[in-house]
Design a protein around this ligand. Structure first.
Ligand SMILES: [Zn+2]
Length: 397
């Protein structure tokens, strides 16, 4: 871990200074370093959006090497200092490839998924799982705790799969055939897809929810092919819900990857995620690794005082040394340090069995017209998401 930069990356100026500092400490040639021409940088949503502007706006004057934050600032500078000469500059931040932290990407995809499916499924499911007060429901809906949200989504996914495979199994038994995944897809396309409720559930489970699972598996195992697919499928959630930052980030990420040279692509693909323990299915992306490092640094900050920049510097620059020392002492006294993240587990089986009844009601409503009417009243997004849903079951809505 290197020296931290004591700036909040929430403005163009701050992001510019942080990137320059990364460039200098990485020995980038642009900043007269001798180590490398380019590197990867990873960040979360907000600084990523700011970087997208800086990439095209921030330039370096060819004549005096001055860095200018915007094209307008460059024009004013050129007019003032180099009048009469032709305008020549280079982009300042073309020496880096910006990566989005996949931990935060996953959190945002899950949030969008919860927003979209709260009314049809997840509110009732959360009630079954004891999120009954308004505060508790809001906690579940807004995915305040990522681990709880993950487990709730797991209950939804498992229950839906169980319920969706039932009519298929019955159909196969009736036909005297062996069920296979290919036959399931055919059965769904030819028979079930004409039912709009089935079609909606199918889309949520097989496209979005499965992509969220694939994203987690891809990160854990540094599997770039799986990650590409897992990032491609849920992007519609950012458009279906109001997530302007992540829409841009997803688009930027896709275009950047498409246009990067083959050699860079290979390095990118082989290093999508990293593992600290060395276990090859416990990979994490850099954003979550940094959070772990932050937690480790905070352990060594003297309690009860506001740490000075010097204290942060000293701990960050010596973290590896301090941790090695701590491990050595632990091995002498026979105690083991554990880095495993413990989280409260939900009773999945109970939750699945209880939610299955709610899902059955959704898929086979006794009073179709009444339920649709209730939906339209409470969820205006239904019309936006599935324009082809036929609401006019009795011609009165
Ligand atoms: Zn100049």
């Amino acid at each position: 871990m290197g020296k931290p930069v004591f700036l909040n990356p929430n403005s163009n100026e701050a992001v510019e200074l942080i990137l320059q500092s990364i460039g200098i400490s990485s020995g980038i040639k642009r900043y007269e370093g001798n180590n490398r021409h380019w590197t990867f940088v990873c960040c979360d949503g907000r600084p990523h959006s700011l970087y997208q502007k800086l990439l095209t706006e921030s330039v370096i004057c060819f004549y005096c090497n001055q860095s200018l934050l915007t094209r307008k600032a460059y024009k004013d500078h050129h007019k003032l200092i180099h009048q009469g000469k032709s305008s020549t500059f280079s982009l300042e931040f073309d020496w880096l490839y910006m990566r989005i932290g996949l931990g935060h990407f996953e959190m945002n995809v899950i949030k969008s998924f919860f927003e979209l499916n709260w009314t049809p499924f997840l509110e009732k499911m959360s009630e079954i799982m004891q999120f009954t007060t308004d505060n508790a429901k809001n906690f579940a809906k807004t995915c305040k705790d990522h681990h709880v949200a993950w487990q709730l989504r797991l209950v939804f996914h498992t229950t839906s799969l169980k319920e969706m495979v039932l009519p298929f199994e019955r159909y196969m038994m009736k036909q005297g055939e062996m069920p296979t995944p290919d036959k399931y897809l055919l059965f769904y396309k030819e028979i079930m897809s004409s039912n709009q409720r089935w079609a909606y559930l199918h889309l949520q489970v097989f496209r979005f929810s499965q992509a969220i699972i694939n994203l987690r598996i891809g990160v854990r195992r540094n599997n770039s092919c799986l990650l590409q697919s897992a990032k491609f499928h849920p992007k519609q959630l950012f458009y279906g819900r109001s997530h302007p930052h992540y829409r841009n980030i997803e688009l930027f990420d896709t275009l950047q990857y498409h246009f990067m040279p083959g050699e860079v692509k290979n390095i990118w693909d082989n290093n999508t995620t990293f593992t600290v323990s060395g276990h090859n299915s416990k990979g994490q992306d850099l954003d979550f690794l940094l959070e772990e490092k932050n937690r480790a640094v905070k352990q060594f900050i003297p309690s009860g005082s506001l740490p000075s920049n010097e204290t942060w510097d000293v701990i960050c620059c010596n973290l590896q040394y301090i941790e090695d020392l701590q491990n050595l002492v632990s091995s002498w006294v026979g105690t083991q340090r554990s880095n495993n993240y413990q989280t409260k587990h939900v009773d999945i089986e109970f939750a699945v069995n209880s939610f299955q009844q709610t899902l059955k009601t959704y898929l086979k409503p006794e009073n179709e017209t009444f339920l649709w009417f209730e939906w339209i009243q409470t969820a205006p997004w239904v019309t936006k998401i599935s324009g082809n849903i036929d609401f006019k079951t009795n011609g009165s809505h």
